[in-house]
Design a protein around this ligand. Structure first.
Ligand code: F2R
Ligand code: MG
Ligand code: MG
Ligand code: MG
Length: 313
């Protein structure tokens, strides 16, 4: 059965948070290490380690972006940084650049200058893409707004064209996933290829189009760099769009940036197949902190209302 729009908004945000938490224990490990020590990816998803699943920076920043969209109706860079700072817990495992920018902002320093100079050309980390899903949901009826608002949501921390376009690409993928009733692998990837402008992403999507469904995608990468993780996550989704355990498990099994590739694949499956596609056991084990599962569901509700008001229905 085809999921309703509210079910898809919930599926997207919960699918992101749960996958982030499922993948987090394995971040930085190699693919081999994960397999030999913990088993196949699907096993890791259906039999999560430990009692409670804790989310990381991926979800914490998604929450900050969703809060900003709910209160402002669009991305405001100052408000977004303020939300990131208010939610910031360094023990959630932030990237080196993100940490410096947020700590500078927290102490009243020139965080924009840090964002411009932190890495050559700015950050091309996948941090802007990992948090962008709420933009793809709220503006899904307008491809131009998705592209522009995703850019605005990236800029406070990610100034490099690859860091920015990674966010735009994932937001665009979310906006398609939340509307479609069927995913055609080649058609979906071609639609994304038509949209991207950087050579890095053109290369990655062309490579993905050459890989047959189910073949190894390890060559696409699963690193902290946006051009070596965003397309990988999208392929995990298009290869099994309504099988959360398989798509997220495959993302985790690649090793390296497991939480983030899983989070990006998980938000796409949730946006397409709805909240009912997320394994109940993992949702049950997800942390029940102040900004835990109930709060994320409330943000999804408020985004639905924002969207309804925005399109004037
Ligand atoms: N930070 C982590 N996990 C710890 C991983 C440690 C890793 N093994 C290591 O050695 O660093 N996870 C979280 O960070 C990722 C999102 O990162 P974000 O928000 O994009 O941060 P940052 O620091 O801007 O970028 C991440 C790294 O990418 C490299 N990088 C960025 N721009 C670069 C450039 N222009 N040139 C070269 N390298 C660049 C740097 O190493 C950055 O630190 C997610 O995985 C999240 O879960
Ligand atoms: Mg993380
Ligand atoms: Mg953002
Ligand atoms: Mg990560």
């Amino acid at each position: 059965s085809i999921a309703s729009l509210p079910e898809r908004f919930h599926g997207c945000l919960i699918g992101l948070a749960v996958a982030d938490a499922l993948g987090a224990p394995y971040e930085g490990l190699t693919s081999d290490d994960i397999f030999y020590r913990f088993g196949a990816g699907t096993h890791v998803v259906t039999n999560p380690d430990g009692d409670t699943l804790y989310y990381t920076d991926d979800t914490e920043m998604m929450i900050g972006l969703a809060e900003t969209l709910v209160s402002e109706g669009h991305v405001d860079g100052e408000k977004l940084i303020a939300a990131f700072v208010a939610n910031y817990h360094p023990d959630r495992g932030y990237g080196r650049g993100a940490r410096q920018i947020l700590e500078t902002a927290a102490t009243g320093g020139d965080w924009r200058e840090v964002a411009r100079t932190i890495f050559p050309g700015g950050s091309l980390g996948n941090g802007a893409a990992m948090r962008v899903a709420p933009v793809g949901l709220l503006f899904h009826d307008s491809p131009e707004q998705v592209w522009e608002q995703a850019k605005q949501s990236a800029l406070p921390t990610h100034q490099h064209p690859v860091g920015i376009e990674g966010a735009q690409l994932l937001a665009h993928a979310v906006s398609l996933a939340v509307q479609l009733s069927e995913i055609q692998r080649k058609h979906f990837l071609t639609a994304l290829l038509d949209r991207v402008e950087t050579e890095s992403f053109q290369w990655a999507i062309r490579s993905a189009l050459k890989i047959k469904r189910g073949d190894s995608i390890s060559g696409l990468g699963s690193t902290l760099h946006a051009d070596r993780s965003v397309v990988t996550a999208i392929v995990c989704f298009v290869d099994s769009p309504d099988d959360y355990a398989f798509a997220v498990g495959r993302a985790i099994s690649l090793g390296d940036d497991t939480d983030t590739v899983a989070a990006m694949a998980g938000c796409l499956v949730g946006a397409f197949a709805g909240i009912q596609a997320i394994p109940a056991k993992a949702v049950e084990q997800f942390e029940r902190s102040r900004k835990g599962i109930a709060y994320i569901r409330e943000l999804a509700n408020r985004l639905v209302i924002r969207h309804t008001n925005r399109v004037g229905r």
